[in-house]
Design a protein around this ligand. Structure first.
Ligand SMILES: [Mg+2]
Length: 183
């Protein structure tokens, strides 16, 4: 009886280890669904998805967006209208099919722009991941609203460090596709 009980316990431990291993690798295989903590993702445009110095998308952007969309995430894009025809530029870059909502603001980003996205995504702030290059912009605003944040530490603002708790991101990446590690 005692031996049988030990064998049973050992089996349960093996099943648990196997389950944990499977859960960890399934995050990297798009055809196997896994339960993510996030329902929606908001991307910043300038210097996150798009490099204004080269006038090109950040390398790997289309693959990343396609992977996220295919995994069931609902994506929003927020951009300041730093050029006259920013909305058309976004369309010309082929980004429209990946987003459920694209917000182009005349001025700097503010909390209402993120609330608009939250309304479209129909979920709580903690279910939303925000990714951007500005500690004092989207990271600060999203943290204030209770969203989760990833700082894409790259380009012109990569040396602008957090000066208070609300400017601290949940995660920091230097390669955009590393977003996938934090879902
Ligand atoms: Mg930016």
């Amino acid at each position: 009886m005692i031996i049988a009980k030990h064998i049973n316990n050992a089996k349960n431990i093996i099943y648990l280890i196997a389950f944990m291993y499977f859960a960890s690798i399934s995050r990297h295989i798009t055809c196997i669904p896994f339960v993510s903590r996030y329902k929606g993702i908001i991307f910043d445009f300038n210097r996150t998805l798009y490099n204004p110095e080269t006038n090109n998308l950040t390398p790997g952007v289309i693959d990343l967006l396609a992977s996220l969309k295919n995994s069931g995430y609902r994506l929003c894009l927020i951009s300041k209208a730093t050029t006259e025809n920013r909305r058309e530029e976004i369309s010309d870059l082929g980004l429209d099919p990946y987003f459920v909502y694209i917000q182009v603001n005349e001025g700097n980003k503010n909390a209402s722009h993120f609330r608009n996205c939250m309304d479209i995504l129909e979920c709580n702030p903690e279910d939303i991941l925000v990714i951007g290059d500005r500690i004092k912009g989207e990271i600060y605003l999203a943290n204030q609203l209770g969203m989760k944040t990833i700082w894409y530490k790259s380009g012109k603002f990569s040396t602008e460090l957090p000066s208070n708790e609300k400017e601290k991101p949940n995660h920091t990446i230097t390669i955009l596709s590393d977003v996938l590690k934090y879902l």
